[in-house]
Design a protein around this ligand. Structure first.
Ligand SMILES: [Cu+2]
Length: 153
């Protein structure tokens, strides 16, 4: 079976992702997929970079095996200022990244699902940068629907 990561790499290698390069602020599914690593302290960590002149986050989609405490290192390799407004339980987190700045955002996301974050600041065109955090795992008992067992993938 071909994974999405393999497919993106194949398209790029074959030069078939050319049309995606014309867009400022690429769609999130034109970037790569990354996986967070769990530290011995139980915190999930990942590094997200903002490449020069591409108006996107790299990886575009960050996959976490489960929810919990998350520490994201964000590095802005672009010549423009960017930011990230990130989802977190309680209030969203905001990190400001002048060009070539590096910062750490600490989040807590305890439920499985897809979360989006973005930057709409500086010289961003259109909707700016958009990234996704995908959290796997089981839905908590209190959030499950009261219905007969369903087939699971
Ligand atoms: Cu920005």
């Amino acid at each position: 079976m071909t994974t999405t990561e393999d497919r993106s790499a194949e398209l790029a290698a074959a030069g078939l992702d050319g049309q995606n390069r014309t867009a400022l602020g690429r769609l999130i599914n034109t970037g790569s997929i990354g996986h967070a690593e769990e530290g011995t302290d139980g915190v999930l960590r990942a590094t997200i970079r903002i490449p020069e002149d591409e108006l996107r986050y790299e990886p575009a989609i960050l996959i976490l095996p489960r929810g919990g405490d998350i520490e994201l290192t964000l590095i802005n390799d672009d010549k423009n200022t960017h930011c990230a407004v990130l989802p977190s339980n309680g209030d969203p987190k905001f990190i400001w990244l002048v060009n070539h700045a590096k910062g750490i955002a600490r989040l807590n996301l305890d439920g499985p699902g897809t979360y989006y974050y973005g930057s709409h600041s500086g010289n961003d065109e259109g909707r700016g940068l958009t990234g996704a955090i995908v959290i796997g795992g089981e839905v908590p008992d209190h959030a499950k629907l009261d219905r007969p067992p369903q087939p699971r993938p």
